[in-house]
Design a protein around this ligand. Structure first.
Ligand code: GDP
Length: 444
């Protein structure tokens, strides 16, 4: 997502670099390039116009003419304006003051509602809530079952119509689910509703009826960011047809040009609250306009990265590992454990993409093979505990046994042991020099 836009904008800024003052012609050229970049990214025309006008006006103003580095000042202005069209402040979810909070999901079929319902449930659980999923998509043959499967994956119960009781009555199911949540002490109810392939009057009516029956605290419009300009028309249709409080963008991991994401907030006046960026249940988070802008301008997304690291790294385990490194008895077992922690963070290529300045390595990142970590794990797991504790005893015949066990070549085993020995040596040096890293470092 946003790769082309990022590259385009980077080129634009490159042309400004080193300029002591910006002439009117510089500003015009920059504005023109930004305009093209946004249009190519599929941003809606009225939004582009407004954006470019704002950047131009500010670029002519004092903040730039008096800046030590005008080019950087322009980047800052573009960043500010991006944050602004993405909605400004991060919009947090609103919870009910009394009784269960009701969240209703609406959107077209295939938008990712059912997947999202489970992701949201998991996220709420992590916030200390006790969610209940409600299956009101009684249109798509497999939707109830899909929600049940996903609910099970995230450990959240699903309220669904029982055969013979409400199978054709999504409004009744929605209404009963609130009583069920009260009875079973769930504090958030997430209602998955039926979509259609296109905007459809019957679907809108059903959504309106469910809304009226449950009085949601938040109606969230779920939209596939990959559908380009159609996302904007659909967003408008749902706004007119059902109304909603916030937007959820899904499939941000795709290679769509991202313009929809940049247009929806401005055109509907509704904030994006969540973003979904993958098929895994954890590929989901609050939407932060400032971080998204930072990512588009390739200023990295360190905050998200740090938050993910905090979630994945257990503080106690990390401290124990650090102590081991300090005492010099860091074993292959510890190494394996760290790899597994690192793995919890998600895909390496996705993680590295959040680091500032990594945009230029986009192609290499896309080729980074996350399975490399699995291969290393397989090799370590084929060793005996004694070998893991003391790799020195791993002689030639042990090496071929390990290679066979892991389904790898002996040279892979050699390489791993070499790398580990090197790393362990470095860690010991670091530790004795007092320069202990606070967090376990990346292996390899
Ligand atoms: P619904 O019809 O709105 O309930 O949509 P589904 O939840 O069934 O999702 C439709 C398809 O999109 C499924 O194949 C999902 O696995 C996929 N999907 C959902 N969210 C994402 C996402 O964030 N990224 C990617 N790549 N796929 C997603």
């Amino acid at each position: 997502m946003f790769a082309t836009l990022s590259d385009r904008l980077a080129d634009t800024f490159k042309n400004l670099r080193g300029k002591g003052r910006l002439s009117e012609a510089d500003i015009d050229a920059t504005a023109r390039e930004i305009r093209i970049a946004l249009l190519e990214a599929d941003v809606a025309l009225p939004v582009v116009r407004e954006f470019v006008a704002a950047v131009k006006e500010r670029a002519r103003g004092e903040e730039v003419s008096q800046a030590l580095n005008p080019a950087q000042q322009v980047v800052k202005i573009v960043n500010d304006e991006l944050v602004s069209i993405l909605g400004g402040e991060t919009r947090r979810l609103r919870y009910a003051k009394t009784g269960p909070t009701v969240i209703m999901l609406a959107g077209l079929q295939g938008a990712g509602k059912t997947t999202l319902a489970a992701k949201l449930a998991l996220w709420l659980k992590e916030q200390g809530k006790s969610p209940l999923l409600v299956a009101c998509d009684l249109q798509r043959p497999n939707a109830v079952n899909q929600l049940q499967v996903n609910g099970e994956r995230v450990g959240v119960p699903v309220f669904a119509p029982e055969p013979g009781n409400g199978v054709g009555d999504p409004v009744g199911v929605a209404r009963r689910s609130i009583d069920e949540a009260k009875r079973t002490l769930h504090d958030v109810v997430i209602i998955d509703t039926a979509g259609r392939l296109g905007v459809d009057a019957e679907m809108m009516k059903q959504a309106v009826d469910i809304r009226d029956a449950t009085q949601p605290d938040e109606v969230l419009f779920v939209v596939d960011a990959m559908i380009g300009q159609d996302a904007v028309t659909t967003a408008q249709a749902f706004l007119d047809g059902v109304g909603y409080d916030g937007v959820v963008l899904t499939k941000l991991d795709g290679d769509a040009r991202g313009g929809a994401a940049l247009s929806i907030v401005s055109l509907t006046g509704k904030p994006v609250i969540f973003a979904s960026n993958g098929e895994k249940m954890t590929d989901f988070d609050l939407f932060h306009p400032d971080r998204m802008a930072g990512r588009i301008l390739d200023m990295g997304d360190m905050l998200t990265l740090i938050e993910q690291a905090e979630k994945a790294f257990d503080a106690e385990e990390s401290a124990a590992a650090a102590a081991k490194v300090a005492s010099g008895d860091f074993t292959l077992d510890d190494f394996l454990q760290q790899m597994q922690q690192l793995r919890k963070l998600g895909s390496m290529s996705k993680l590295m993409g959040m680091l500032p300045g990594m945009g230029q390595f986009r192609e290499q990142l896309a080729n980074f093979d996350d399975r490399e970590i699995d291969r290393i794990q397989a090799i370590i797991q084929s060793m005996t505990p004694a070998e893991r504790a003391n790799p020195k005893i791993i002689d030639g015949s042990r090496r071929s046994r390990i290679a066979r066990g892991a389904g790898r070549a002996v040279s892979d085993v050699n390489q791993l042991i070499e790398r580990f020995t090197e790393a362990a040596k470095m860690m010991r040096q670091l530790a004795s020099g007092g320069g202990m890293p606070g967090m376990p470092g990346a292996p390899g």
